[in-house]
Design a protein. Structure first.
Length: 424
């Protein structure tokens, strides 16, 4: 309701307001991704440009040397993603290329199989790990209580304490090795403490054997040492069970001085108008120059790539655009092209980059964010689907691509033909 004035309590009338789209689509948790491909067509470049602006601003706030060190230190955390590599399931039966619908079902099936295997493995590991705290409490309780007995041990009590304690320590050692092999242990103080506890366990066991003090001859000082080591292992077991397995990329990003910065961003804009391109080009070039000024040309190329495709059919307008921007730094980088883009080649380049980085990043997760016409959105989805299938066929499913589409306009019937009403 609207009021007629500040001192007028009588409402004038009830106004109905209808809000129509376009409605934005969230791109999800950026912590889960190590790379990004932003594609915008027509006016759809606006949200993509905003994401590029955010990426550049975050990059310039980080010292490039510190950033590289963080990436190097965290690369071991990228051994597993939510969809891990299982080469036995990535071998397809050779034959005719499946249809688009069959490919979609095939890829979804593969992902479900991978997710099911991961879930099963995690369930088994967590179930087994549940016995860790129980076994630790049992052995600690029996050791402390039996050493308070006023009579000698019965036959079998001493071997039970010996073998039970050693088995529990080996159980803890297995947990440490498993966490480190799966990339779930960060290289912080706790992993070194785990190693030290394991060494101290071996030293204490050796001391007990050499002094023959197993069973009934522990003095209070030995019991204190034993209790400290046992309690530490118990709480480490509990911590592993309580803390769910997280995405290694997310762990890596959280350690980058608190800022979510992609390892590399690819920005693609498809524009039908040379005039619009000339108006927006200075702002895009400004972001590029800012990054180059802060990080240098070589590092800027490593963390960002910009591509602008002008599809204007007016040759004169294209010449005017070329003359206006040919001295710009971004134009000299080859970022501006005249003609339609090949999304197949763009996605192939992204795939080759992540495959070439396999030596340092065992796993990557790339976000593809598209904003543009419905026709191009469908095409990008098809290209991404075939790219997923190719990665699966070659056994590289540890490198995943997630697509977020925000399409507008769409296809309408005009003069008996279906035309794209979007600007791009």
């Amino acid at each position: 309701k609207a009021s007629g004035g500040v001192f007028d309590d009588n409402p004038i009338e009830q106004i109905k307001v209808e809000v129509l789209g376009a409605y934005g689509v969230g791109i999800g948790d950026k912590l889960k991704y190590s790379r990004a491909l932003f594609v915008g067509s027509g006016t759809g470049f606006v949200p993509c440009l905003s994401l590029l602006h955010e990426h550049v601003n975050k990059c310039v706030t980080i010292d490039p040397g510190t950033y590289d060190k963080e990436v190097d230190r965290s690369s071991h955390n990228l051994k597993r993603l939510s969809i891990t590599s299982d080469r036995s399931n990535s071998k397809f039966v050779t034959g005719a290329m499946p249809s688009m619908d069959q490919s979609a079902h095939l890829i979804e099936t593969i992902k479900h199989v991978h997710n099911a295997k991961i879930a099963k493995q995690q369930l088994i590991v967590n179930t087994i790990t549940l016995f860790g705290p129980m076994a630790g409490v049992l052995m600690l309780g029996l050791t402390l209580s039996w050493h308070q007995l006023s009579f000698p041990f019965y036959p079998g009590m001493k071997p039970f304490l010996i073998y039970g304690t050693i088995a529990y320590q080996l159980f803890f050692l297995g947990l440490v090795i498993y966490k480190n092999s799966q990339g779930t242990s960060q290289r912080n103080i706790w992993i070194f403490v785990d190693v030290m506890i394991t060494i101290l366990n071996a030293v204490l066991d050796w001391y007990c054997f050499t002094k023959d003090i197993w069973g009934g001859t522990y003095d209070p000082q030995h019991l204190v040492y034993y209790s400290i080591l046992s309690l530490y292992m118990i709480f480490r077991f509990i911590g592993h069970v309580v803390n769910a397995h997280s995405n290694p990329v997310e762990e890596m990003n959280k350690r980058k001085t608190g800022l979510v910065v992609f390892d590399k961003v690819r920005f693609v804009w498809v524009s039908r108008s040379a005039a619009s391109t000339a108006q927006v080009y200075p702002e895009i070039e400004y972001h590029w120059d800012t990054l180059v000024s802060a990080w240098g040309l070589k590092r800027a190329r490593q963390t960002c790539k910009i591509s602008i495709f002008c599809t204007d059919s007016n040759a004169s307008s294209c010449r005017d655009l070329r003359d206006a921007i040919n001295k710009g730094s971004l134009f000299r980088e080859g970022a501006v092209e005249f003609g339609r883009p090949s999304f197949e080649e763009i996605l192939d380049e992204c795939s080759l980059e992540v495959l070439e980085s396999s030596d340092t990043n065992a796993s990557t997760s790339t976000l593809i964010a598209f904003c543009g016409s419905e026709r191009l959105a469908k095409h990008v989805k098809e290209v991404k689907m075939f790219n997923d299938m190719l990665l699966s066929m070659t056994g590289n499913t540890q490198h995943s691509f997630d697509l977020v589409n925000q399409s507008y306009g769409g296809l309408v019937v005009s003069n008996g033909k279906r035309e794209d009403t979007s600007a791009g």
